[in-house]
Write a protein that binds this ligand. Structure first.
Ligand code: ADP
Length: 491
């Protein structure tokens, strides 16, 4: 199949979250299966043009108010020569720091215009390459307008046999802007209502994508159900229920090239289940690195996260409400945190650090440290309010680090709760997101650590023997693509 991935981010070029990992990993899997797949993303300021190959000539993109003149660059995905990645270079839109925004302007005011360039540009790129895909696979709100353009414009041109698939990586981000921004798309005002942009008097890019896609996927089966409920639907549940016949939940895999404890180049010492005693070397390195007391006998609880409400940070860190202070004060544990995000939370974490000798944090983004925390911790805390798929609990399972999770979304689909009677399971789960539930579950894990060592070992083994490769997910995506072609292009 010919597949074009349209995305705002893709590793290793631009990443703000798990979406970037998923897009590249899925595309690499397709390329290795022999499919003809390409990725298109913007050329952000930090992506070095000198390392890319320019395509000949400029590329004009029709957007609101005229034509945007861009240049396109090409490169191959590292270690996957036949997967080409294309970068749309438009200085005015992408020549700045940040994918969606900066700390000062968290959501760029001109995002509809910027992503209109990406979305119209995807079609112009195909024309430039003389390559018409069977599938345009758009990721999240920022690529959603491409589905509208396909359905209402380009399918009446040479894209008549191209189907559009939307993957929702996180329904909490929808791309909502004021009505005037509709002009950025350079399309008929009839489509303001006609294509499903209208939302509370403004525009909602994801809603338009949900309305226009031939098939819709999200990144775990449980999340596919949750987004169709008022609790998990972020206002889109009604529309998603209307479209429920085309909604599929396909679990993300993990990129085992970089997340495998046996081969992970970032670790002081590699290990697998047979050599799990070597995990202790990583634990010692982590304790040293974070400034925790070096002690192999105290359980280390790791956290790697965006500091955003979705991740349950209030229940962990909010002053007086969160459970972290009491947890560290009352239990014989150590906690290592890596994260960045909301300012109040960063400050609160620094305050906790000044009060608790067994709580250490690094505020920032650090890929190496994230691997060391996964390898060096005994447990991983992930009390998400909602979690479309989640990657860190998957990495934790693979690294023999037992996840402590709320039973929601992809966490519910990947972790099995500890059975005290048999020692079966792969982690510790709770249902209601309250500070008390997080505290109790961490306490439960701490009890097992000190008193049920055989159970802990059994659970580590069960988790480490799981496979989270992309191959199975890729097969399910291919089925979805076929259905999209059937639904969208059966003229
Ligand atoms: P989300 O996409 O909602 O942030 P996921 O669990 O799906 O959550 O993916 C998060 C990814 O980002 C993981 O690969 C995780 O290791 C990484 N990550 C998050 N915060 C940091 C950080 N501060 N430093 C390094 N990696 C981080």
């Amino acid at each position: 199949m010919k597949i074009l991935m349209v995305s705002a981010e893709a590793v290793p070029f631009a990443k703000t979250g798990g979406l970037a990992d998923a897009v590249s990993a899925l595309a690499i899997t397709f390329a290795n299966m022999g499919h003809d797949v390409k990725i298109v993303i913007p050329r952000y300021y930090k992506i070095d043009r000198n390392k890319l190959t320019p395509l000949e000539g400029p590329m004009g993109i029709p957007v609101g108010g005229g034509e945007a003149w861009t240049q396109v660059f090409e490169t191959s995905m590292p270690d996957c020569e036949n997967l080409k990645v294309y970068f749309i270079d438009h200085e005015q839109s992408f020549g700045r720091d940040g994918v969606y925004g900066t700390p000062a302007e968290t959501d760029f005011h001109d995002n509809p215009y910027r992503f209109s360039i990406l979305c119209h540009g995807a079609f112009q790129l195909c024309r430039k390459l003389g390559w018409i895909p069977d599938i345009i696979h758009c990721h999240d709100w920022s690529a959603s307008p491409a589905l509208v353009f396909l359905k209402h414009i380009y399918r009446y041109q040479e894209f008549e046999n191209t189907a559009g698939v939307l993957t929702i990586h996180n329904l909490g981000y929808q791309g909502q802007y004021s009505k005037e921004n509709f002009a950025s798309f350079g399309i008929d005002w009839g489509l303001y209502y006609g294509a499903g942009f209208e939302h509370n008097g403004g525009i909602n890019l994801l809603q338009a994508g949900i309305s226009s896609a031939d098939m819709i996927t999200t990144v775990s089966p449980t999340y596919a159900n949750e987004i169709q409920t008022p609790e998990g639907g972020f206002g889109m549940d009604g529309l998603l229920r209307v479209r429920s016949d085309v909604v599929r939940g396909i679990l993300n895999g993990a990129d085992l090239r970089s997340w495998n404890p046996k081969t992970d180049k970032r670790l002081p010492k590699n290990y697998d289940f047979k050599t799990i005693k070597d995990k202790a070397v990583n634990k010692e390195a982590l304790q040293k690195n974070m400034g925790l007391e070096v002690n192999p006998d105290v359980p280390v609880f790791g956290i790697v996260t965006r500091l955003a409400d979705q991740k349950g940070i209030a229940e962990l860190f909010a002053p007086t409400y969160g459970c972290m202070y009491n947890m560290c004060n009352n239990l014989k544990i150590q906690v290592a945190v890596l994260g960045s995000g909301e300012a109040w939370c960063e400050n609160e974490i620094r305050t906790l650090e000044s009060k608790l000798p067994n709580f250490k944090a690094y505020i920032g983004y650090d890929e190496n440290l994230s691997h060391l925390i996964e390898a060096g911790s005994d447990f991983f805390i992930m009390p998400s309010r909602y979690e479309p798929c989640g990657l860190n609990q998957i990495y934790s399972l693979l690294y023999g680090t037992l996840p402590i999770v709320r039973r929601t979304g992809g966490l519910a689909d990947t972790v099995e709760n500890y059975n005290e009677a048999t020692g079966e399971g792969t982690g510790f789960m709770f249902d209601c997101l309250t500070p008390g539930a997080v505290y109790d579950t961490v306490g439960w894990a701490t009890y097992a650590y000190y008193n049920k060592k055989d159970h802990i070992k059994k659970m580590q083994k069960a988790g480490m023997s799981k496979t989270f490769t992309w191959d199975k997910s890729a097969e399910l995506y291919l089925e979805t693509y076929k259905e999209a072609i059937f639904r969208g292009c059966h003229k």
